[in-house]
Design a protein around this ligand. Structure first.
Ligand code: SAH
Length: 506
């Protein structure tokens, strides 16, 4: 086998991002865009000692799980990795990924995990789910202004007028902004030379309020022709906030530090509703085998409630991108927390307080910790907006705030209340790298009755659960949620309860 060789490959497995895996002449090949069950004409693109990468040249025998993707650009665009896989199979893949990570990396017993895993929560409509889109702006081949997405692993812009994961209003907004740029002779930013003005267009949409936010990220101190821009955008139904953000640095970071609102409000408002999660009978009615996926019917039992939290979202705020699934995820986290109104709860990695504010309505007191100061400002403002007074927020690293707080409390120095040192529940929702061990260690020392772990990476989740379950906790429930349809990502929510008084770190 040499690089560029063409060969026939049967895809028998899937990698962590949903890529196809096949074996040929003792080598394992990873093939983007190949679906488990396909037989393909493969072209070797990279060769290592025991494995290699290949490209799909031709699908010889399509997998029964292969579907015609809705987006013609799915292979070139870096956004959707598994759009050619049926949605049912995507969900099964994601559930299996969580399962396998818990078994292989977490060291949990297969049968135990199988019995604890609830069926994955899929989407009823797995397109048009994103409330946020960031389009790079540049020149196309013919010198015209284009907006789109970066091709996989590059900064080449693929012109996309209408991404099917985003809301359909985006197309009209992009069209108008490009027109404005042409008419006012405003140049897109060029990454090579550092010249030009418009770098990115950030669009946000409040699913429940239908409010629209437009933010142009520019390489200039001031937005040129702002009145003309306001003229072309302000008439769009739902337009609520128009701003620009200044980023003059040669960096991959999209947003700079300063945002200037030029029309409307500096934020949009959105609501997250609490849902009633399915009962045990609901689960049993839907699927016999809990580890199997029953997508469409499984979406149904999430009943509406009239409880909701309002959030102000500014261009720089972190906010979950899939609002429909976020409601199901947070409602699950809240259910797992098992609150009656008497509990004290820590919410670590709290962002703008999204989960904290939900918890605070059912708990006595909530303490949120987050590393980004601006997010904590947003969290405090959102608490006020909802008239919530029993949520308190701290800026800092969870692995520093919690241990120093606990140590100070134990010395009795800062008069910390025992309910803060020994909360009933700790909720964590860390970024992909998971929790720092110092944070996990303090969590164990604080001895909460329950730990609810919300995770966007089941590999680090499994690693952290191994630690917690080696230190007095027991795995109770595992719920995977599909927040990112057509990508390889999966979100999970896990409940742990305390079983022993064993003190590991005396
Ligand atoms: N629970 C929130 C945010 C989850 S995203 C929500 O659902 O909206 C993870 C958050 O952890 C981000 O806001 C990130 O800024 C924050 N973060 C990252 N590292 C951290 C650390 N070491 N300590 C505390 N927060 C951290």
């Amino acid at each position: 086998m040499n690089k560029n060789d063409l060969f026939t490959l049967e895809i028998t497995d899937m990698g962590t991002d949903g890529e196809g895996i096949g074996h040929y002449e003792g080598l394992t090949f990873f093939v983007k865009d190949a679906i488990i069950g396909d037989v393909i004409g493969a072209r070797c693109t990279k060769l290592k000692k025991n494995y290699g990468y290949a490209r799909v040249e031709e699908v010889l025998i399509p997998s029964p799980h292969r579907v015609k993707p809705k987006c013609a650009l799915h292979r070139r665009c870096g956004g959707c990795q598994i759009q050619a896989m049926s949605y049912e199979r995507q969900l099964k893949f994601k559930n299996q990924k969580v399962f396998q990570n818990l078994v292989r990396l977490g060291g949990f017993n297969e049968d135990t995990v199988r019995s604890l895993m609830l069926p994955i929560i899929g989407m009823e409509e797995p397109y048009r789910y994103r409330n946020k889109a960031q389009f790079p702006v540049g020149y196309g081949k013919d010198g015209e202004i284009v907006t789109g997405f970066y091709a996989s692993r590059t900064h080449t812009i693929i012109p996309v007028e209408d991404c099917l994961l985003g809301v359909s209003d985006n197309e009209e907004i992009l069209f108008r902004i490009k027109n404005w740029m042409r008419l006012c002779e405003i140049e897109p930013y060029d990454e090579e030379t550092g010249r030009g003005v418009v770098r990115h267009i950030l669009l946000r949409y409040g699913f429940t309020t239908k409010e629209i936010m437009v933010c142009l990220i520019i390489n200039a101190q001031k937005l040129p022709h702002r009145e003309e821009l306001i003229d072309v955008l302000s008439g769009i139904s739902g337009m609520t906030s128009i701003s620009y953000n200044i980023n003059r640095e040669k960096t991959n970071r999209i947003l700079g530090d300063e945002t200037v609102c030029i029309w409307g409000q500096p934020y949009i408002t959105d609501y997250i509703h609490l849902k009633k999660i399915p009962s045990e009978e609901d689960y049993n009615r839907i699927c016999d085998d809990a580890a199997e996926v029953q997508n469409q019917s499984y979406c149904a039992p999430f009943a509406e409630t009239d409880e909701a939290i309002a959030y102000h979202i500014s261009p720089q705020s972190f906010y979950q991108v899939n609002p429909v699934q976020t409601e199901k995820l947070y409602s699950t986290a809240l259910e797992f927390a098992g609150l009656t109104g008497k509990e004290s709860v820590w919410d670590l990695y709290c962002g703008i307080g999204t989960i904290s504010l939900f918890l605070s309505q059912k708990a006595k007191q909530v303490y949120g910790v987050e590393i980004v100061p601006q997010a904590i400002e947003d969290a405090k403002m959102n608490a006020k907006l909802n008239g919530i007074e029993n949520a308190q927020f701290f800026v800092g690293k969870a692995e520093e705030v919690l241990p120093s707080f606990y140590a100070a409390g134990n010395r009795g120095s800062e008069g910390k209340k025992s309910e803060m040192l020994h909360p009933d529940v700790i909720v964590v929702d860390p970024p992909r790298k998971g929790c720092d061990e110092k944070c996990l260690q303090t969590m164990v020392e604080m001895k909460p009755k329950r730990i609810v772990y919300v995770s966007c990476d089941s590999a680090t989740l499994a690693r952290d659960l191994k630690y917690l379950c080696g230190n007095g906790y027991e795995l109770k429930k595992v719920q995977a949620v599909d927040q990112f349809a057509h990508t390889g990502h999966v979100e999970s929510c896990v409940l742990l309860t305390r079983v022993s008084n064993r003190k590991i770190h005396p």
